[in-house]
Design a protein around this ligand. Sequence first.
Ligand code: URA
Length: 231
Amino acid sequence: MRLDKYISQVTDLSRKDVKRLLRSGCVTVDQAVSKDPALHISAEAQVAIDGELLQAPRPRYFMLHKPVGYVCVSKDRDHPSVLELLDEPNRDKLQIAGRLDIDTTGLVLITDDGKWNHAVTSPKRSCGKTYYVTLATDISPETADLFAQGVLLDGDLKPTLPASLQQVYSNEARLTISEGRYHQVKRMFAAVGNRVEELHRESVGAIVLDDSLEPGDYRELSASEIASVQL
Ligand code: URA
């Protein structure tokens, strides 16, 4: 990576400010002063400003318990973004790994690691997502089989991939899907003549929403939760 880009990423200074800093001669690379913004630096290079070593920022990974009323986009004119619930520096660098509707609650994963985000959301990786669903009317006996076979959603050309439905009460169930189509769970139940009244995401792959997190709370993911996503 170029020296100016590296310093700018680590310090959050603009490239213009970094060039000024370099010109002043206070930047060293492996103990030698460098004023060249285009200098190519290796991953092991020791870059220091005024003798203080720069630490490459660690990628960040969070789970958040999304409350109703928040949207899963970084900016919205009418509604607050889930990112506003995070008290973290450089919030603009964080991305939401998979969206929930404004009225859906539950697990949202947030990271600044683009590769990890892609692995969570890519339809090719088939990361199972489990939702607790409360329905307007009782679940008909054929629903689980229909979902296991795949249902054609209104406006789509292909049926959904096999999904697993476990009934909990007459009108409540856990549904695990491996895709992330627009309003998928609501549209799947609409396709079998029912209507979702409440939707709550419990897990994404092996990452389960922490019981101790109240709506609006978040925490960092553990190393094993991060590693559970296959890159
Ligand atoms: N499916 C939906 O219909 N809504 C969500 O928020 C998530 C999955």
